[in-house]
Design a protein around this ligand. Structure first.
Ligand SMILES: [Zn+2]
Length: 255
């Protein structure tokens, strides 16, 4: 349904080497060897086709970097940890894309903005000790996965926890006061957006009140923060509204 709404280009899978920049070989071996549906954590089921799906999703994130595009992928990625799956996520697509930009496109400083309603704990974990990647997250807190609370930060990790019930004005104020200054000061050559849409008012999994217009404005302001911008889909669990919200963000990125 989502892919029917846009002109899309099919991606190709990321290589093992590209994914190993963010994930442990032993974990990827386990994912590759699954033969029956298996619960990898209480929320995350994977099966014999999941490894291929994860490589395809990561590969689309790389293509989005190349084209300045939006990777419309599942499974999402931002909860995936170096050594294990978590919260529907198998491979951290946006993290693999950031490492790709640095290793293969010779981009030095990469910023990742995560506006999915959940904290991007996997992405934070991968880059916590890496001063060349800025991670900035807007998310509902306290909420799943529990990380990203006040004070959890370092020089290149900025968490902006927001209370349940926050809407467009709250998000845009947080963007202007916290996100934009942090990203501008970092002077990234590339901004990657972990674009989840589960902060939408109708989303069944969370309690925020962002509208389509809010996502459009978040995207418009994000696009102004770096010379190159690409986006990767994270959450968003109302299949009827997701195409509208992705469309609104695409408009914002292009304005
Ligand atoms: Zn989410």
């Amino acid at each position: 349904m989502l892919l029917d709404a846009f002109e899309v280009v099919e991606g190709s899978p990321a290589s093992r080497e590209q994914v190993e920049r963010c994930h442990a070989p032993g974990y990827l071996d386990r994912l590759e060897s699954l033969e029956v549906p298996t619960m990898l954590d209480p929320d995350t089921v994977a099966s014999e086709t999941s490894y291929e799906a994860a490589l395809l999703a990561a590969g689309c994130a790389l293509a989005a970097v190349d084209r300045g595009g939006f990777a419309l992928v599942r499974p999402p990625g931002h909860h995936a940890l170096p050594g294990r799956a978590m919260g529907f996520c198998l491979v951290d697509n946006v993290a693999v894309a950031a490492r790709y930009a640095q290793a293969e496109l010779e981009l030095g400083r990469v910023a990742i903005l995560d506006w999915d309603v959940h904290h991007g704990n996997g992405t934070q974990d991968i880059f916590w000790d890496d001063p060349s990647v800025l991670f900035v997250s807007l998310h509902q807190w306290p909420f799943y996965p529990g990380t990203g609370g006040p004070g959890e930060e370092n020089e290149t990790t900025v968490n902006v926890p927001l209370p349940a019930g926050s809407g467009d004005e709250d998000y845009l104020l947080a963007f202007d006061e916290r996100v934009a200054p942090a990203v501008r000061a970092f002077e990234p050559e590339l901004l990657l957006v972990s674009a989840g849409f589960d902060a939408h008012v109708d989303d069944p999994l969370a309690g925020m009140h962002v509208t389509a217009g809010g996502f459009r404005e978040l995207a418009r302001r994000s696009a102004a923060l770096a010379p190159r911008v690409a986006a990767v889909l994270e959450g968003g669990y109302d299949p009827r509204t997701l195409p509208v919200l992705v469309g609104a963000a695409l408009e914002g990125f292009r304005e």
